[in-house]
Design a protein around this ligand. Sequence first.
Ligand SMILES: Cc1cc2nc3c(=O)[nH]c(=O)nc-3n(C[C@H](O)[C@H](O)[C@H](O)COP(=O)(O)OP(=O)(O)OC[C@H]3O[C@@H](n4cnc5c(N)ncnc54)[C@H](O)[C@@H]3O)c2cc1C
Length: 443
Amino acid sequence: MTLLPAGWTDDAAVLATHRLDRSGFDPGGRPRAVAFAESVDDVAEVLRAANADGIPVVVRGAGTGLSGGAVATEGSVVLDLSRMDRILELSAADELAVVEAGVVTARLDRAAGMHGLRYAPDPASAAISTIGGNIATNAGGLRCAKYGVTRDSVLGLDIILADGRRISTGRRTVKGVAGYDLTGLFVGSEGTLGVIVGATLRLRPDPVRTATLSAFFADFAAAAAAAAAITAARLQPAVAELLDTACLDAIDAADGSALRSRGAAFLLVQTDGWGADAEMEAVRGVVGPHATVLDVTTDPAEAETLLATRRSALPALERRGRVLIEDVAVPRSRLAEAVAAIEEIAERSGTRIATMAHAGDGNLHPILVLDRGHEIDEHVWATAGEVFTTALRLGGTLTGEHGVGLLKRRWLADELGPDVVALQHDLKAVLDPRSILNPGKKL
Ligand SMILES: Cc1cc2nc3c(=O)[nH]c(=O)nc-3n(C[C@H](O)[C@H](O)[C@H](O)COP(=O)(O)OP(=O)(O)OC[C@H]3O[C@@H](n4cnc5c(N)ncnc54)[C@H](O)[C@@H]3O)c2cc1C
């Protein structure tokens, strides 16, 4: 491969930092180079050269992905977009932003805040992940119970195709149906269909007020029942997050807090907007009968502390051993059943499984906590496979927000069926006929 942009390197230390993502999965591939793109032209140049020579390209934002999507494969070029980090436009009048792909998610949210707006999708990794990575994984976040996942905030995309052509999809308007929805096709495509270099994103009003409830329960089943009661009461909080006993223990050990002394499971609910207090009163009414401890605050600083506690769960579990982070979703009415089935799988397989859930949208993260140094062997995959099968049996999905990446490919046909899998391969072949874009991932 002859053409790489100015910022490319094959320095061993840089290759090492760009080889893996945060899934902890290491299939042993060694990239040949890392190319740091600083412009759209740099991206096009890399793709044209790679396509001509049939060299795999692994696009990388911040490498915080949890499914192996950004893991470098043997002989690949890692295309790092983190230097393309300009916010090109922020239109308060049209409530939208135009950004480069490498912008860090929380930075856009802060910039929108200067105009009384916000970028709603807030993965717990928002402080470190990039918009391009969020779009490529269709990331969810704590606020997506009310505001939807990343897809619901993407109006249009700028993309470099495998052969170096630049296309723009979508539009600046809130509505629009001209042509097929190519924007939707690229959202969640995990770097396998094209490289997202820019995005036009919808912003939302920053809520005038929030009310935040924290409640503890005798067990996880009671907490799940409380979450179900919120949905049944036709309430729609912005945030509804659940943590089980193992998560609370891990946070206490990491932070020196005493959450576990207050109960065996934790539910965090936030309402927002003009009706935040009224909606919170209704939430309190339906959660109260299930809870042993319940507090409500309207103080933004206290609310942020509670949200930070929720976000700290994964790093706290990572300190307890080697983790395999799972990500299934079920219809919300089946959440309690899913939790009970996961507890049963943990007991039967002798595996420590800590579970946190975005209860507002039925997305569960059962985290398999292994001893440090433990291989993710077939026994571990068999246990994870049981979790996936359970989600599918309950009418759910293998992955709510982390993507298929490398880790879930073998179960994909169980969810999609052979015809849909074949059609997806056909689509990939149209856009990337030489299969240079993240080959061996997603499908
Ligand atoms: C502590 C922690 C908390 C997390 N919490 C959440 C959460 O709440 N919700 C959630 O959904 N995820 C969460 N994640 C997972 C991760 O942060 C998200 O998947 C995020 O969207 C990845 O962004 P990234 O920039 O790190 O992408 P990367 O990890 O670099 O890449 C992810 C995938 O996107 C592709 N990609 C990246 N950039 C582009 C681009 N510009 N064009 C095309 N393809 C591209 C890559 O090839 C790869 O397949 C969490 C991770 C951590 C470590």
